[in-house]
Design a binder for this molecule. Structure first.
Ligand code: PEP
Length: 252
């Protein structure tokens, strides 16, 4: 059975006190939910240690938001997979559209980060998605297939059995505009079909999250779609009641 997941992407938000307050509000409610849903929070690097402590003996996994493609060396400002391992990370987001667009991360670089993560036994949450311009030009599926192909050509399709994909239309991230459940379902289905051409088993088991302005009030209808296995949650993951309600919506 496909694993379901709700992951929070805190982006560059929070501080020691706020993080503790947020997690102390979330942890008890999520602990009551069923075990077949994986919960995770992907936090800024400086808070990995304190959040690792707060998450001990909970059902919430720890993730990071970025990682270097290199093992070690003279790469000022970068953080390696081994360093994330040191703080008990299980997940790392790779290829978030903010990194692709603001920091020029190419498909090839994202593939290298994905491979590095898996070498270090981290589960990459591989983000794919189109801009508004690309959607309007009718090339959404082409863009996403290229983003995926860059990874499967380098890492092999079987690598996806130890990865999570997040479909995040760029026009829906942080904008309050959500893809309609049907729009999201169509892309999730096409992602799964594209992978099924290479391996039906991998496609069948692959967890594909939707991300882009998921909130408590739209989560249930998105999660009801057959190919949507959960959500990658930005803004709403910083509000305890929202994150709890979204998690409950998947758990139903
Ligand atoms: C994200 O950036 O991963 C995201 C989904 O953000 P938001 O939920 O705020 O649109």
């Amino acid at each position: 059975m496909r694993k379901k997941m709700v992951a929070g992407n805190w982006k560059m938000h929070g501080n020691l006190a706020e993080n503790e307050q947020l997690l102390n509000a979330i942890i008890p409610s999520l602990s009551e939910l069923r075990a077949n849903v994986q919960f995770a929070v992907c936090v800024p690097f400086p808070y990995l240690s304190s959040v690792q402590n707060l998450l001990q003996h909970t059902n919430i996994a720890l993730g990071a938001q970025n990682v270097s493609q290199f093992d070690k060396g003279a790469y000022t400002g970068e953080v390696s997979v081994a360093m994330l391992n040191d703080f008990g990370c299980s997940y790392v987001i790779v290829g978030h559209s903010e990194r692709r667009m603001l920091y020029g991360e190419s498909n090839a670089l994202v593939a290298d980060k994905y491979i590095a993560a898996q070498h270090g036994k981290l589960i990459p949450i591989l983000c794919v998605g189109e801009t508004l311009e690309q959607r309007e030009a009718g090339i959404t599926e082409q863009v996403i297939q290229e983003q995926l192909r860059a990874v499967t050509e380098k890492a092999g399709v079987d690598s996806l059995s130890k990865a999570v994909i997040a479909y995040e239309p760029v026009w829906a991230i942080g904008t309050g505009k959500t893809a309609s459940p049907q729009q999201a379902q169509d892309i999730h289905a096409s992602i799964r079909q594209g992978i099924a051409i290479q391996s039906a088993d991998v496609a069948d088991e692959l967890t594909i999250l939707y991300g882009g302005s998921v909130k408590a009030n739209n989560a249930s209808e998105l999660f009801a779609m057959p190919d949507i296995d959960g959500g990658l949650i930005g803004g709403a993951s910083l509000i305890a009641d929202e994150f709890i309600a979204i998690s409950r919506a998947l758990n139903n």
